[in-house]
Write a protein that binds this ligand. Structure first.
Ligand code: SF4
Length: 397
């Protein structure tokens, strides 16, 4: 079984097809979102900062900013994608600088805890048998003088989660499992997120029960993933940043035609078919509306004249009148009372949300006991039905 990670499992949950392309088929793409590039550059700068501290050397803010600018310049590449039209690469670079500045001002001289490792790879298994192997990279692992372990994570996103989100986040909780397996004597661990764009620090702690639950849930998820044979695409907002639009059945056509010049775009066979279908569908909607009106008029006419067959030039129409059992519909006053009767009888799932058509079927087939049917029938009524059938006139007609 492969070694899993938090990002692999999240990708699988986000979209099984993307997971397959990225982790099973290992298809590499030279594209990267500017947000990911910004995050990577800030992470590397803060790593440098703490690597200096480990050597008892305090980097100045200017040194760190210069290092950040260098990394930005050296690593920038043509595959970086900026999806927001109103923001430039320079805006993103300035945003990263600001994050480093505020972080520095809040934490210098960085002696709140003792750094054990930066960008620290950690490997462990979720089960005692060592079958479900897991790995991750801790942005910074540290220990206080009092022996509390801190698992730090830097976030550069423009979204600040709630405390509840943080308490349910599983990434750092996975790392807690890894730290506890590596140092079984550790008594207390704090999970700390630095939301750098907001100069905000969020802290969460996990009980041993919560950690055990997480391990069990994750093992179940891995089992599901391992048993998956068909990795289907799952469309969502994440598609905007997906690196495989050309390999995904939900995006491939869009991806292909959006690169075409306007005149070619409009004559592309798929585009032509969709446009034609949409046009016809619109017309069909208008025709359906018109047909419903004519049908009602036919029924009214037949009722008024006391006839059941009406003759046209080439066709005739047969109007059939009848009766059927019906019940008060949603919005009618007696509907709620009927609903209560069925709920109290424990039969609600059979007609969920009081589906009156299903109820009619049950009563007509006598599927419930007589007493309940009698109770329900208090609300029953005979409703008039009508149907219209069109056929070609025969030669004699
Ligand atoms: S484009 Fe969307 S649906 Fe297709 S693979 Fe990517 S994330 Fe999945």
């Amino acid at each position: 079984m492969p070694i899993y990670s938090h990002s692999q499992l999240s990708t699988y949950e986000e979209c099984p097809l993307k997971y397959k392309l990225r982790y099973r088929d290992k298809i590499k793409r030279d594209v990267e979102s500017v947000e990911a590039f910004l995050g990577g550059t800030v992470h590397e700068t803060l790593k440098k900062c703490y690597d200096h501290v480990k050597l008892a050397r305090l980097a100045t803010l200017d040194e760190l900013l210069a290092s950040y600018d260098n990394l930005w310049q050296q690593n920038w590449h043509d595959g970086i994608v900026i999806t927001r039209k109103d923001v430039t690469a320079d805006d993103y670079r300035a945003l990263g600088r600001k994050m480093i500045e505020t972080y520095y001002q809040r934490h210098a001289p960085f002696d709140q805890d003792i750094t054990i490792g930066t960008e620290m790879r950690i490997r462990f298994s979720l089960d005692d048998g060592g079958r479900y192997k897991f790995q991750g990279v801790i942005d910074r692992l540290a220990r206080t003088q009092g022996g509390i372990y801190h698992i730090h994570d830097y976030k550069t996103s423009a979204y600040l989660p709630s405390q509840e989100d943080i308490d349910n986040d599983r990434q750092l909780a996975f790392y807690q499992i890894g730290v506890q397996k590596r140092w079984p004597g550790v008594q207390e661990i704090q999970l700390i997120w630095h939301y750098l764009a907001f100069d905000c620090l969020l802290v969460s702690q996990r009980s041993q029960e919560k950690i055990a639950e997480l391990a069990e849930e994750t093992i179940r998820l891995i089992d599901e993933l391992e048993a998956t044979e068909e990795f289907l695409p799952k469309e969502s907002d994440y598609c905007k940043w997906c690196e495989y639009p050309d390999l995904c059945p939900t995006r491939k056509h869009l991806y292909t035609v959006e690169a075409l010049p306007a005149n070619e775009y409009l004559s592309e066979p798929g585009v032509v078919l969709v446009n034609r279908y949409a046009e016809l569908k619109e017309k069909a909607g208008e025709i359906d509306e018109e047909m419903a009106k004519v049908k009602d008029a036919l029924i009214d006419y037949a009722r008024q004249e006391g006839v059941t067959v009406l003759k046209g030039s080439r066709y005739k129409v047969r109007v059939k009148f009848g009766e059927k059992l019906g019940f008060p519909r949603k919005g009618e006053p007696a509907h709620e009372n009927l609903d209560d009767t069925i709920i109290q009888a424990g039969k609600w799932p059979e007609v969920s949300q009081l589906d009156t058509t299903a109820l009619t079927g049950i009563v007509e087939k006598g599927l419930w006991d007589k007493e309940l049917i009698d109770q329900v029938m208090k609300y029953g009524r005979i409703e008039e039905t009508s149907a219209v059938y069109l056929s070609k006139l025969s030669e004699e007609e």
